[in-house]
Design a protein around this ligand. Structure first.
Ligand code: HAM
Length: 434
């Protein structure tokens, strides 16, 4: 149907049928996070602009081209969060969470905003699941984090996961590598795209992340970061890989993996799904041992990841409106004077209690004051399994099996009908099929 308004470019509506898949993804995520001891943090959707410029990095595409930045009425520069790590580190310091537990395990689920060119799997508002572990610097923390990353993806139904891992070194060895890269690319500057020529001046590591086809042959010949790692970083990386092997997590070393944010040190990782193409990672993360200190806190090593929820859902099924959610029963008022009774009877059937305990039945009523036959037609259109009539006959409420088109044994009360329906429902799916 035509409307005068459309959803803003690069954003999308999540409609019934698809929204149930989001619910399931969120619950499997929360379940796995809780099993690993992670607890949720909900930060605001906007933060001061400086927070992202200082952490994600001035020379990154995200900060240079993709921020949604605005001034509020008092002239403060604010930015819709393009990612969740910087806000979480801010909250960690602001509330001294490290004092509650020196190994702080936190997670978040929420929308992020980047002004990117929209295409399949790339949106301007997209959702991320993210986890951060602040405190431990040992390689086993990297392994636990990648294990969690793997099991969140697995629990969401993603098969055949291979994690690509790399090390970006630290403050000792990274500058050496950056200089080697700069020399290599400077000698081949003519073959680079305009953006990469710019990156050569600001941060030559970013060139490794360029997707422009003409840059690829030059990038393929670039020196590998792994040859420049100092002894401590090399040992850390070797131990991480040994740990992943010990835990049976399929992984590949990817020496060109640099990630699009500046805060990383040492281990970085990404996972891809065959359905999404090689350019679209389903998620990624890495170690960021200097960020807490850069924000004014004590030296605190940390590691984390984020997963793009749209991409994960695309990789595990179609993103589209699904079948309608079928009611277990529609309550039909036999004449308009029975409307209140129908609403009350339906409420009893639903069995809602304070803490949402008990099995749920989906019970619907047509409140339109229409004839009983119009209500039945609607019940059949939305796929109701049964219709129950009010007011009751002297021997109970008539109940019709809508599929078989036959009348069942009359039920005395809402309670007896509820028990009868739950028994019959057995294991039939309640939600729209995937
Ligand atoms: P990121 O690689 O920028 O990392 O984003 C993580 C994931 O978010 C991507 O792998 C992708 O699935 C999804 N994503 C990113 N941009 C878009 C987009 N425009 N449309 C749809 N999905 C998108 C981070 O954000 C870091 N905060 C990860 C991290 C956490 N590192 C340490 N801790």
């Amino acid at each position: 149907m035509a409307s005068k308004f459309q959803v803003p470019r690069g954003t999308r509506d999540i409609l019934p049928g698809e929204s149930e898949r989001w619910d399931r993804l969120e619950s499997s995520t929360r379940d796995v996070m809780s099993r690993y001891g992670y607890r949720e943090v909900r930060t605001p959707i906007f933060e001061t602009t400086d927070l992202f410029v200082r952490s994600v990095g001035e020379a990154t595409d995200i900060v240079r081209k993709e921020l949604y930045t605005f001034e509020d009425r008092k002239g403060r520069s604010l930015t819709l969060r393009p990612e969740g790590t910087a806000p979480l580190v801010r909250a960690y310091l602001e509330h001294s969470l490290g004092q509650v537990d020196p190994l702080t395990r936190l997670y978040y689920v929420g929308p992020m905003f980047r002004y990117e060119r929209p295409q399949a799997g790339r949106y301007r508002q997209f959702w991320q699941i993210g986890a951060e572990l602040l405190g431990p610097g040992a390689p086993a923390a990297d392994v636990e984090m990648i294990d969690l990353f793997f099991w969140i993806l697995r629990a969401a139904g993603l098969e055949e996961i291979t994690v690509h891992v790399n090390s970006l070194g630290d403050a000792t060895c990274r500058p050496v590598y950056r200089e080697r890269l700069r020399e290599y690319f400077a000698a081949r500057a003519d073959e680079l795209c305009g953006d990469c020529k710019e990156r050569l001046k600001t941060n030559p590591l970013r060139i490794l992340d360029c997707k422009v086809p003409s840059c690829q042959p030059v990038i393929r010949g670039a020196p590998s970061v792994l040859e420049s790692l100092c002894d401590a970083c090399r040992e850390h990386f070797d131990t991480v890989r040994a740990g992943l092997t010990a835990l049976g997590i399929a992984h590949e070393t990817a020496p060109r993996l640099v990630r699009g944010l500046d805060y990383y040190t040492r281990t970085v990782f990404e996972a891809y799904a065959s359905q999404l193409g090689a350019q679209n990672a389903v998620g990624g993360g890495g170690r960021y041992d200097d960020l807490v200190r850069d924000f004014g806190g004590p030296a605190t090593p940390a590691i984390g990841f984020s997963i793009g929820m749209e991409r994960l859902l695309m990789a595990t099924g179609p993103l589209e409106i699904g079948a309608a959610a079928r009611p277990d029963v529609c309550v039909v008022a036999r004449d308009p004077s029975a409307t209140w009774e129908a609403l009350k009877f339906a409420r009893s059937l639903r069995g809602v209690s304070r803490y949402g305990a008990g099995e749920s039945l989906r019970v619907m009523v047509d409140p339109g004051g229409r004839s009983a036959s119009a209500q039945l037609k609607w019940a059949s259109k939305i796929g109701a399994r049964y219709a129950a009539f009010v007011p009751p006959d002297p021997d109970g409420h008539p109940v019709r099996d809508m599929e078989a088109g036959k009348d069942e044994v009359k039920q005395e009360s809402a309670d007896s009908l509820r028990g009868w329906l739950l028994q019959r429902r057995g294991s039939a799916p309640q939600e729209a099929p995937r």
